[in-house]
Design a protein around this ligand. Structure first.
Ligand code: PRP
Ligand code: MG
Length: 178
C-alpha cells in the first residue's frame, strides 16, 4: 500500500555529503533494522513478481546480497551471486563498466543459469545504472528466457533507467528526486 511504501521511504537514512561533498547518500541499513519494515519490504518488493515464473534471482555484490536471497525464497527461486573479480571459485564470465573514477568488473559463474531460466536481477540502488547494465549484459550473454530488473531505491535525477532497452521491465520501490 501507499502508506507502507511511504513508511519504508521514511526509514531510509539520508547522509549529507557522504562519501564526498554534495552527495546525499541513501543509507539502506536503517531500512532493514526494524522487523516490521523488513517484513513489509520483503512483501512489497516481491508482490509484482509472483506470477512471472521467476526461476532465479541474481543479486549484485554487496548490497544486492541482502534482499536478493529473501526475494528468491519468497518466489521459490534459486539465488545466484554476481561478484567482484577474483571471488568466484569456478569458471566465470565477466563484464567491465565505467565508474566515476576508472573501471570496474563483475563476474558470474558460467554454469549458474540455464536457457529456460526466467531471471530477476536485484540490487539495492539505481544511480547511473552502470552496475546494473553490466549485470544485464552479462546475463543476456548467457542466453536466458527472460530478464526482469528490480531495485529498492531509484535516484530519478540520474536517469539510470534510460540505460536499459525499452522492453526491459525495470521496477523500483522508493523513488527520490533529490
Ligand atoms: C552501489 C549500489 C549499487 C551501485 C549503484 O554499490 O549498491 O550497486 O553502487 O550505482 P550505479 O547505478 O551508478 O552503478 P557499490 O559499487 O558502492 O558497492 P557495494 O554494493 O559493495 O556497497
Ligand atoms: Mg552495490
Amino acid at each position: 500500500s501507499k502508506e507502507k511504501i511511504e513508511r519504508l521511504k521514511q526509514s531510509v537514512r539520508n547522509i549529507p555529503d557522504f562519501p564526498i561533498e554534495g552527495i546525499q547518500f541513501k543509507d539502506v541499513t536503517t531500512l532493514f533494522q526494524s522487523p516490521e519494515n523488513l517484513k513489509d519490504l520483503s512483501e512489497v518488493l516481491t508482490s509484482s513478481y509472483k506470477d512471472k515464473g521467476i526461476t532465479k534471482v541474481v543479486g549484485i555484490e554487496s548490497r544486492g546480497f541482502i534482499m536478493g536471497p529473501i526475494l528468491a525464497l519468497n518466489l521459490d527461486a534459486g539465488f545466484i551471486p554476481i561478484r567482484k573479480p577474483g571471488k568466484l571459485p569456478a569458471e566465470t564470465i565477466e563484464e567491465s563498466y565505467e565508474k566515476e573514477y576508472g573501471f570496474d568488473t563483475i563476474q558470474i559463474h558460467k554454469d549458474s543459469l540455464e536457457p529456460d531460466d526466467v531471471v530477476l536481477i536485484h540490487d539495492d540502488l539505481l544511480a547511473t545504472g552502470g552496475t546494473m547494465l553490466a549485470a544485464y549484459k552479462l546475463i543476456k550473454r548467457m542466453g536466458v528466457k527472460k530478464i526482469y530488473i528490480n531495485f529498492i531505491i531509484e535516484l530519478e535525477l540520474l536517469k539510470g533507467r534510460n540505460m536499459f532497452p525499452k522492453d526491459v521491465e525495470v521496477e523500483t520501490l522508493l523513488k527520490y528526486d533529490i
